[in-house]
Design a protein around this ligand. Structure first.
Ligand code: NAP
Length: 288
């Protein structure tokens, strides 16, 4: 099959958006405010170590101040809650991110709820989720927010379009559906109990795949001209990073597609920077 879909390049779009963050950071610094992000990592999860390193590096590249707090897996829930409280009250920190997953003895929900909503740059706090639900200002979770920016980058008007989201997690699928709805799409949310996934995706103008399984979306499930965003992060048989979408097959049918790697992944970190600069601007009273 001949690939016809245009690639939505998350690296190139991230570069543009990060340049804007760097400008806004410089403007805040000129007013005496250095935007700061605290990233808290508990335990030795290998993937988490890479994620937090990338987040901290992206911050410093854009001129933001960032602090990486690493703790042993044996840290107690009370100790972590005390750290979150200290960061809530630290005026040099505008955004707090507690890297998930946390060790099993710590209640992740309790920890996320302890973060001040004003510093919840991951957008996982119930207050942030509620704000998104009712269309009030608040921090949007970075991955679906990045997907919205990708649609915006191709000038895609969601009004009246049918968007199908595959996956209903609190961090990707559900907020994704709400963001698409807010932009006037008609939204269908699919999940592991969906009876006929293909029947749903064949009706879609936009598909967001956020499952975590290879080849969840294949060419026969996509009508010509569909925009396909691939959030999934999986490994293929050769151990290479791949998404949920059969990229080669779907590229021959879709109008636009995001690659893995180089698609939604870089956008997630970019939107973390965007949320952090916004938190600092709000705190400084300069955000509209
Ligand atoms: P998750 O919490 O495991 O949720 C997966 C969702 O997929 C669930 O809602 C599940 O349904 C649904 N599902 C599972 N099998 C299905 C099937 N056969 N057909 C339809 N739906 C199915 O995962 P997540 O945190 O949302 O992440 C999803 C993927 O995105 C993962 O690969 C993750 O690594 C990746 N991710 C990437 C980024 C990035 O920056 N690129 C960020 C976050 C996540 P049920 O609810 O019924 O179980």
């Amino acid at each position: 099959m001949t690939p016809t879909a245009k690639i939505i390049d998350g690296v190139a779009l991230s570069k543009q958006l990060r340049e804007d963050v760097a400008k806004r950071t410089a403007a805040l610094k000129a007013r005496g405010v250095t935007p700061g992000l605290a990233v808290v990592l508990v335990g030795e999860n290998q993937a988490s170590q890479v994620y937090v390193r990338n987040k901290v590096k992206a911050c410093s590249d854009a001129g933001l101040h960032s602090v990486l707090e690493k703790y042993e897996a044996a840290m107690t829930e009370a100790e972590l809650l005390a750290r979150v409280d200290a960061l809530n009250n630290d005026p040099s920190i505008h955004g707090i991110l507690v890297q998930l997953p946390l060790p099993a003895h710590i209640d992740a929900h309790k920890v996320i709820e302890a973060i001040s909503p004003a510093k919840d740059v991951d957008g996982f706090h119930v207050a942030s989720a509620g704000a998104l639900m009712v269309g009030q200002p608040g921090f949007w979770p970075c991955t679906p927010y990045g997907c919205m920016k990708m649609l915006e980058s191709i000038g895609y008007d969601l009004r009246g379009k049918h968007a199908v989201v595959i996956g209903r997690s609190n961090i990707v699928g559900k907020p994704m559906a709400l963001m698409l709805l807010q932009k006037n799409a008609t939204v269908t949310v699919c999940h592991s109990a969906t009876a006929d996934l293909k029947a749903m995706t064949l009706q879609a103008d936009v598909i967001v795949a956020a499952v975590g399984k290879r080849n969840v979306l294949t060419a026969d499930m996509v009508k010509p001209g569909t925009v396909v965003l691939d959030v999934g992060m999986n490994r293929d048989d050769a151990g290479k990073l791949c998404g949920d979408v059969d990229f080669a097959g779907v590229s021959a049918v879709a109008s636009h597609i995001t690659p893995v790697p180089g698609g939604v992944g870089p956008m997630t970190i970019t939107m973390l920077l965007v949320n952090t600069i916004e938190a600092a601007e709000r705190e400084a009273g300069v955000h509209p």
